[in-house]
Design a protein around this ligand. Sequence first.
Ligand code: GLP
Length: 233
Amino acid sequence: MPVVYAAGMEMITVAPEAFAGRVVELIRAAAAAPLTLGLSTGRTPVPVYAALAAAGVVFAPGSFLFAPDEYVAPDPSHPGTNASFFARHWPAPPLPPVAVPRCDTADADAEMQRFCAEIDRRGGIDLLLLGIGENGHICFNEPGTPPDAPCRAALLTEQTRAQARSLWQEPPVWGMTLGIPQIMAARHAVLLATGEAKRAVLTAALRGPVGAEVPASYLQRHPRLTVITDLTV
Ligand code: GLP
């Protein structure tokens, strides 16, 4: 029986060794015009970012690159912050730098609203690269997040904090994140998932009921979603 996905969803299944190259080509095509590009963190996109500069991808002048989430933490240079992630994994220069919400803000709600207003001022998100947490989160929209949850400070689940322990002795309790409407308003959303550990949650996100239990399931309603994965779900 053919697998029926949501309207507007394109599924690209690749061999693990072809994953980074496939995502790089998608970014290369989009970067020919000025691009407002959201770049997720986590292990999944690391090979993509490593390959980008070597592949000679050039961003059109006027492009704006940003991280869609960050931890709330006092020290931006701590190895666990997303600011540090991009310092380690993003080849800038030659690529443009990635703007990251300020982790050491005194008011994370206000900081994330300011950050999202800046994205709006630039005409909204053209391309948004998303990962998926094993609990179904997208950015830091954790299970239980309603579909109208805005750009904000968000409490992290114990599962997400546990996953962060490789970089944090005591992972932050709060994160800052794009909201669900901002994710849904991206002109093109790209969900990246690799490795067996993501099979169950990717299946739930793409084929299960749409709802707060698995926030990534909201993407079934996205008007233009591309899934790039080495899994068959
Ligand atoms: C973190 C990030 C998400 C990311 C997710 C998946 O919690 N906030 O943006 O998508 O982890 O990470 P990984 O690719 O390491 O599984």
